[in-house]
Design a protein around this ligand. Structure first.
Ligand SMILES: C[S@@+](CC[C@H](N)C(=O)[O-])C[C@H]1O[C@@H](n2cnc3c(N)ncnc32)[C@H](O)[C@@H]1O
Length: 252
């Protein structure tokens, strides 16, 4: 029945839960080919520094098995391979066009051993991976696009080995002093860049709105804690524009 359908948000618009997944899929299928260019343009290259810092701060065990969920075009996976010469990375994303761009990039990057990468199209809310498999779970700028972030954290907990690490990079709540200028830039400049560089204003309007709808640092840390992780903490970057959330799956 129409009235029974659960509602969620797609940016600032209320939609049925099932519709959100389709719409998000459409956004990333549309932007896949221009995704890397747009990231550089929107953040003026700063996303590279955030990602370098995020991956640089990870403690990766020898021969680690890593799951990079919502891995898109491989930005995090490539950094992980460079950071750890022995790690193997499963790059997973719900969107095959994003993974296809990632695979093409991997072939072109001279220092990337493609044999250490595996590409799996999957939904973060229902991962097709066995329990207690990975040493590290990473997810960068992906979880806010999921309908149920708590289900993603639950799945991350399941697929991590006891003692395994969760590390999530996501846009967050910016410091209130910076908010007016940040809002002006996000709402006025980013959709226009989307229009000019990718002929797609709507997708970039959604991306900006989705940041505002995602739980703030403390709320998200609470979700991670509630799903069973220990040693839960976060670190803000660029005055809270984004933050890195970490937790550990207890050994017992
Ligand atoms: C902003 S991109 C981030 C890509 C990459 N991690 C990065 O940092 O550049 C968000 C990614 O999340 C993926 N995504 C959205 N919903 C998902 C879901 N439910 N399960 C898995 N991936 C999802 C999208 O397809 C897209 O590739």
């Amino acid at each position: 029945m129409e009235g029974d359908k659960k509602k969620t948000h797609f940016g600032f618009t209320d939609v049925d839960e099932a519709e959100k997944e389709k719409k998000v899929h459409h956004v990333f299928a549309n932007v896949a080919k221009k995704y890397d260019l747009m990231n550089d343009a929107m953040s003026m290259g700063v996303h590279r520094l955030w990602k370098d810092y995020y991956v640089g701060g990870l403690q990766i065990p020898y021969n680690a098995k890593i799951l990079d969920m919502a891995g898109g075009t491989g930005d995090i996976a490539f950094r992980l391979l460079r950071h750890s010469p022995t790690a193997k990375v499963t790059v997973s994303d719900i969107n095959q066009p994003m993974l296809d761009v990632g695979k093409e990039r991997a072939e072109k990057e001279r220092d990337i051993q493609t044999s250490r990468l595996e590409w799996v199209c999957a939904n973060a809310e229902q991962m097709p991976f066995e329990s207690n498999t990975y040493d590290l779970f990473t997810m960068s700028f992906g979880i806010r696009n999921c309908t149920h972030p708590e289900k993603v954290v639950r799945e991350a907990f399941r697929v991590l080995k006891p003692g395994g690490q969760l590390a999530i990079l996501e846009f967050s709540e910016v410091n209130s002093a910076l908010k007016p200028i940040y809002d002006a830039y996000s709402f006025n400049v980013i959709p226009v860049l989307g229009e000019i560089l990718a002929s797609d204003r709507e997708s970039y309007q959604y991306l900006v709105e989705s940041i505002r709808k995602f739980p703030n640092q403390d709320e998200f840390a609470r979700i991670i804690r509630e799903e069973g992780f220990g040693h839960v903490r976060y670190e803000n970057m660029t005055f809270g524009v984004c933050s890195i959330h970490k937790g550990t799956k207890p050994r017992k």
